[in-house]
Design a protein. Structure first.
Length: 405
């Protein structure tokens, strides 16, 4: 669609996305699109930028180590959307875009004169992707939404942790990432409808809590038909055994999933415990599920006698699903991650060579690529404002003096 987009590899080359998001959900969505060739122009407030620039559990000289990853492959411009001039510039950008992506609280864009009805007047094919805590409608629509709240509201946190402890959390902002992925899916569906089916642009409404709720498997149906409420079960799953994490002699952990009768028989032979096959508590899968604690204790006693490096080849040779519980240090040294191009190295002008996650999924004919790390604040102002919108140097200077860019 846009011949003046910078050259990029990937199946989305020629698609232009204006990202007005902050922190994680919308920026993650935009990064997924950028990985596959979309031109993503990220809009940030002048001077301060996206808070993600200073976010992370480990900073290096005050610089975020999340930013190079979440903003990779993007162009970054500064624009004050709270000023009328800034709002007019965004309308001009939207007129030349395929997608506008935002994750402000519902009603914010309308208050700035940037609602979908306004934007599509100049661009009927525009896809307007919106990410919020509770969605654009409903009684909770105006409430602020963070992933932590959405994960609790959507039912996930109730099922994470151990039954004798308060609800736990996944170690990453999974609600944000899920919302970002569902939003990317919605954008692709809308692009297909527009470009293949001859449709027009449309609004994509992604709620953080709904993205979480959508991956809760059959939990609602179980409750609806039987009254069963899934709750916290620690590291195991009710009714399936042995299928758990087990300690090793060297302090590491191994996961073994041998819940079926065939797999359990193999495990017993590896352990040298064929006698367990004649024990009525363990002879069948249903019985093992009812006696989960007992069989887990036996398996844990065996694994604790061996180091992880000795257990893995024995279990793998018996074709038993197993694997280590990897830390990031383990992953960084793992040859499989390396062979699958999942440990990419890019150059950052301040940090030097840095590694980050590779591209998912892998396409055989039109693969994605990580071309550059997250840019500096406003790095592409001249390129976008002069090259795309045709503003003159003196106009840019005036916008800068007035705090618009």
């Amino acid at each position: 669609m846009n011949a003046d987009s910078p050259p990029s590899a990937g199946p989305l080359s020629g698609i232009r996305v204006i990202e007005c998001g902050a922190l994680l959900a919308a920026p993650f969505c935009a990064r997924l699109l950028a990985d596959f060739g979309a031109q993503v122009i990220k809009v940030e407030p002048p001077h301060q930028g996206d808070p993600m620039r200073a976010t992370g559990q480990a900073l290096l000289d005050g610089k975020s180590l999340w930013w190079p990853n979440i903003a990779r492959n993007k162009q970054c411009i500064t624009l004050n959307l709270r000023l009328p001039e800034g709002q007019d510039i965004l309308r001009r950008l939207a007129a030349q875009a395929d997608v506008v992506l935002e994750n402000f609280r519902p009603g914010t864009f309308e208050g700035w004169g940037l609602g979908y009805e306004v934007l599509r007047e100049r661009n009927p094919g525009l896809i307007f992707a919106r990410v919020s805590g509770y969605g654009q409608t409903g009684p909770n629509r105006h409430k602020p939404g963070f992933a932590a709240v959405a994960e609790a509201f959507g039912g996930l946190r109730y099922s994470v942790g151990f039954p004798d402890r308060p609800p736990g959390r996944v170690g990453v902002s999974i609600g944000d990432s899920l919302a970002g992925m569902f939003s990317a899916l919605g954008i692709m569906l809308a692009l297909y409808h527009r470009d293949v089916n001859g449709g027009r642009g449309q609004v994509i409404d992604t709620a953080l809590y709904e993205a979480v709720f959508a991956v809760m498997e059959g939990a609602l149906t179980e409750y609806d038909k039987t009254g069963y409420v899934r709750t916290r079960t620690g590291t195991s799953l009710p009714g399936f055994a042995p299928s758990n994490l087990y300690p090793c002699r060297d302090g590491k952990w191994i996961i073994i999933a041998a819940q079926s009768d065939k797999l359990f028989g193999r495990l017993c032979r590896v352990m040298g415990r064929e006698d367990l096959l004649d024990d009525p508590r363990f002879a069948r899968a249903a019985a093992r599920g009812e006696n989960r604690d007992a069989i887990d204790a036996i398996v844990a006693g065996w694994t604790a006698e061996h180091e992880l490096s000795a257990l893995l080849p024995r279990l793998e040779a018996a074709i038993i699903p197993t694997g280590p519980v990897n830390s990031m240090a383990d992953i960084a040294a793992d040859p499989h991650f390396q062979a699958r191009d999942m440990l990419l190295s890019l150059h950052d002008r301040v940090l030097g060579a840095i590694r980050m996650q590779g591209i998912v999924p892998k396409l055989s004919d039109t693969p994605g690529a990580a071309r550059c790390v997250g840019p500096a604040l406003g790095e592409h102002n001249h390129e976008v404002y002069q090259g795309l919108l045709g503003l003159k140097a003196e106009e840019l200077a005036g916008l800068r003096e007035r705090g618009v860019i």
